[in-house]
Design a protein around this ligand. Structure first.
Ligand code: ARG
Ligand code: ZN
Length: 885
């Protein structure tokens, strides 16, 4: 058991830094068995911190201090205090220069934080607190400095030497070494520092900015991946243009570089001028990456690029403000993707993801506000709440203010705070000042955790021709927050008459109607709105576009939902009506299964899907989305007690019925699209994504029929295609089918063909890890022995262990607890060398309150076993101990 508890850090304890660093000059000497880091810090007392010269406390971990100098005085051990995490020195004047040399070991850094090696390449990951593993420093985002960085390394092994900013000098050294110096003129916190040294090739392009400056664009990859960079480059250029057009933001350096790295704890990192990306977030070509991967790459490229303003030019004062840059930047990248592809489909995907995963986080032991009040380990707070819910909060501000005032607000924010480290309150203040809208109450979205519930009731008065909607909001208690105050909830809505026509919306007291779709802003626990001139009982379309991240309930009948599915002018709500219809019907099947009755599917689901399938006016991506039943994880999230067996049985039963009853239209849609796919070369664009999405979902239903002609079609698609979207889906469908021989053959063929491409092998692992067929755990354990698997590589961990625990509920929640035991074993093993990845894998175990008493006890037992397993990282300790509370 851990002897010393990690300390909790509180937002309320924030204090400005005692000292500032104006200039940072770094020299790295990279060797195979160690590296040396020389740092020269030009420092001064922070005038805002008060008088006197307090002790200077620098952060620093896992390093060996070789020398320390204060101005021109060499310090000896008697002059400073050294602990495992800090170096303390007494300055003797208000301005001084501190020189240090440390030895570090990137070659054995398995935590992938700080300076480390991925394959043969040196790279860094500093956010949030990795820079303190590189040199002694004030490693906090409100200390901003200019950086000059010299890197020296063996020329043959590491021909490319990169850091932030512009290259200013380079040359050859002794013993086959060379060096390069980079200078970043923009002051930045240490978390945005980056360094790369390796044998890399690059794809080059240029971008001409709005003020006609030419920027060099480079994507660096290992030589074998040079053919997989074009999509990322195209996405980068689109992002640069979009940020100019939509936010008026121009790029500021002469060069923008991206490096793809195979071993990376997250998706990507926005280091100034030198973004470092997980190779899975850069590399794509038709043969190796699916449509989903192409879209994800476009979104991540945009996200990291947009951080240059929302994050780098204006950064966070402290890590409690993380959503200031992340929520805003996710909102920005979501709008970018919506503009590049189908807006409605993007919204559907994001909402489905939020409701499945963020709502679960909000309902669990790690629930925290968008701006947390405390943490033990900041790495644990790169969460769905900070990112995705944070983006929803920004979207609500956009909805409440309107696009124009929002843009004025963002302009004011960037102008007012350029070069500063600020807070979420500063952002809100800029929005308020630019718009004149008071957001005081709105700010509760930043401080209160939990997903609000919104119960809506209607009352129609035929005599008075009025229609009243009454909204009641509430929010469940979350850890440390028993009571909640009402939120500001923007509800966009419309009213439909019996013909499906939308009615003009005039509220009591208003002179005239204001359109047929409008936003009501709820501010009270209970509030009513009365519409006048309503000649007949209408049907409300509520929370259009998912205008607030809440759980809305309205007593819709199934027939009303079918009506909305067909007539609502809001595409998102047409989909939502279909989902609610499916939820109601699946919940009925779940109840039948639990009662031991024969399952009987409400035929209205079939009728509704038939209408969708036969509607050739509908965007094919919408047809595909509407054909997708709510996922098992979502059905679990909305259950009081999640019965994974019943959920799985109900959903499978519904899928089989749909396949049987709609075989003809599904087959027609499949063949029509497959024929086009056969003729056309792969293109990564929205209309083609849509077409292939429909083709593929049709194929998964069709395979439920077990018919020979479908098997033949599936094998043909697997073999005869130029792209991974069709091939992988055909293989996934086979893997989940009873055709054992074909399954084995396709898996073997695929692995043989792609064995040297780790990103493709990740997909091969995931497809198998996610298969709900019996024996899932044994398959995963066997795959861990496969030569392409490696526990040290985060992508592999996510592809196999993560996919099993998160996307294979029926196997992971096996009644004997074997899935839980397996995951706990992996967490313990991972914590020994990569705490961030270990803590991430814990998420499914934190959700134990959702399950029956037996499973609860089994999961708690595993959490306790982890806690007792030895010295844990702060990362794992925080998640496990909070989960057991
Ligand atoms: N700032 C990066 C991004 O969202 C992610 C950094 C994640 N850091 C972490 N410790 N998990 O683009
Ligand atoms: Zn980000």
């Amino acid at each position: 058991m851990r002897t010393e508890q990690p300390k909790t850090i509180y937002l309320k304890d924030y204090q400005v830094p005692e000292y500032l660093i104006d200039e940072t000059s770094l020299t790295f000497e990279l060797y195979e068995d160690h590296s040396l880091v020389h740092a020269q810090l030009v420092m001064r007392r922070n005038p805002e911190a008060g008088p006197g010269l307090p002790l200077l406390v620098l952060n620093g971990q896992n390093m060996e201090l070789l020398s320390l100098r204060l101005d021109d005085r060499d310090l000896t051990a008697a002059d400073y205090l050294l602990s495992p995490s800090e170096l303390t020195v007494q300055p003797d004047s208000a301005s001084f220069t501190l020189d240090s040399t440390v030895r570090i070991h990137p070659e054995t850094n398995t935590a992938l934080e700080g300076l480390y090696k991925s394959g043969t390449m040196f790279c860094t990951q500093c956010e949030a607190e990795g820079f303190r593993k590189i040199t002694y420093y004030l490693d906090r985002p409100d200390v901003m400095s200019s950086f000059t960085t010299t890197v020296s390394a063996d020329k043959q092994r590491y021909p490319v030497l990169l850091s932030n900013g512009n290259p200013i000098a380079s040359g050859d050294g002794d013993n086959g070494r060379h060096w390069a110096t980079w200078q970043d003129p923009f002051k930045k916190p240490a978390y945005l520092f980056a360094l790369v040294a390796g044998d890399l090739w690059c794809v080059e392009d240029t971008f001409t900015t709005m003020s006609a400056r030419e920027v060099a664009l480079r994507i660096y990859v290992e030589p074998e991946n040079i053919d997989k960079c074009q999509h990322a480059m195209d996405s980068l250029k689109k992002s640069m243009r979009w940020d100019e057009e939509v936010y008026g933001r121009e790029y500021d350096l002469d060069i923008f570089m991206i490096v793809a790295v195979n071993d990376f704890n997250m998706g990507a990192m926005e280091n100034k001028g030198l973004n470092i990306f997980n190779s899975s977030a850069v590399l794509a070509k038709a043969e190796t990456a699916t449509d989903a991967a192409h879209q994800r790459i476009e979104g991540i490229l945009a996200h990291e690029y947009f951080h240059n303003w929302s994050g780098n030019r204006v950064t966070c004062r402290d890590w409690f403000q993380l959503s200031l840059k992340e929520g805003f930047t996710v909102f920005r990248d979501a709008e970018f993707s919506a503009d590049m592809n189908s807006r409605t489909v993007k919204r559907i995907e994001d909402v489905a993801y939020l409701r499945t995963h963020q709502f679960a986080e909000d309902a669990g032991p790690m629930a925290h506000p968008v701006r947390p009040d405390s943490y033990m380990e900041i790495s644990n707070f790169y969460t769905l709440t900070v990112y995705e819910k944070g983006a929803e909060v920004l979207r609500m501000i956009h909805t409440l203010l309107g696009a124009e005032a929002f843009r004025k607000g963002s302009d004011l924010y960037f102008e007012r705070h350029d070069g500063q480290a600020v807070t979420c309150d500063d952002f809100i203040k800029a929005m308020e000042d630019a718009s004149g809208v008071d957001l005081t109450q709105f700010k509760r979205w930043y401080s209160q955790a939990g997903t609000p519930r919104l119960d809506v009731r209607e009352a129609y008065d035929a005599a008075a021709q009025t229609y009243t909607l009454t909204f009641k909001q509430s929010c469940p208690a979350t850890p440390g927050q028993p009571e909640k105050q009402p939120f500001v909830i923007p509800v966009e809505l419309g009213l439909l008459n019996a013909q499906g026509v939308e009615l003009p919306l005039r509220l009591q007291g208003e002179a005239e109607a204001l359109g047929t779709s409008r936003v009501l802003s709820l501010t009270e626990a209970e509030q009513s709105f009365t519409f006048v001139d309503i000649a007949e009982q209408p049907l409300p379309s509520l929370l259009r576009g998912f205008s607030a991240p809440v759980k809305l309930s309205f007593p819709y009948s199934r027939d009303q939902l079918m009506f909305l599915m067909q007539h609502d002018s809001d595409g998102f709500n047409r989909w939502e009506a279909g989902q609610q219809l499916a939820v109601q019907i699946l919940q009925e099947l779940i109840a039948q299964h639990q009662a031991g009755k024969a399952l009987e599917l409400d035929q209205r689901l079939i009728a509704a899907l038939r209408t969708v399938l036969e509607n050739d006016q509908l965007d094919q991506a919408m047809v595909a989305e509407m054909l997708s039943l709510p996922g098992e994880a979502y059905l679990a999230e909305i259950s009081e007690v999640a019965d994974v067996e019943a959920i799985h049985a109900a959903r499978e039963f519904a899928r089989k019925q749909i396949a049987a009853e709609l075989f003809e239209p599904l087959w027609a849609r499949y063949q029509e699209n497959r024929a086009i796919s056969r003729e056309r070369a792969y293109v990564a664009e929205a209309a083609e994504f849509a077409r292939r999405a429909l083709q593929n979902i049709a194929l998964s239903y069709l395979m439920e029929s077990g018919k020979d002609e479908v098997l033949a079609a599936c094998l043909e698609q697997f073999e005869q295609t130029d792209n991974m979207t069709e091939r992988l889906h055909a293989m996934a469908v086979l893997v989940n089918s009873p055709f054992e021989a074909e399954k084995a053959a396709s898996l073997a063929k695929f692995a043989e063909h792609f064995k040297d491409n780790p990103l493709v092998m990740d997909q091969w692992f995931s497809v198998q890890a996610g298969s709900p067929l019996p024996g899932g755990l044994a398959r995963v354990q066997q795959l861990m022995q496969h030569p392409a698997f490696n526990l040290k590589n985060p992508n592999k961990v996510r592809a196999l262990i993560g996919a099993f625990a998160n996307q294979n509920l029926i196997n992971f929640h096996a009644a004997d607890g074997s899935g839980y035991r397996f995951l706990a074993d992996q967490v313990i093993a991972l914590d020994g060398f990569n705490p961030q990845i270990a803590a991430r894998q814990l998420a499914p175990l934190t959700r134990w309150r959702k399950y029956d008493a037996t499973r609860q006890a089994l999961i708690q037992g595993e959490l306790k076993r982890i806690l007792a397993s030895g010295e844990l990282s702060a990362d794992v300790y925080e998640v496990v101990s909070k989960s057991l509370n």
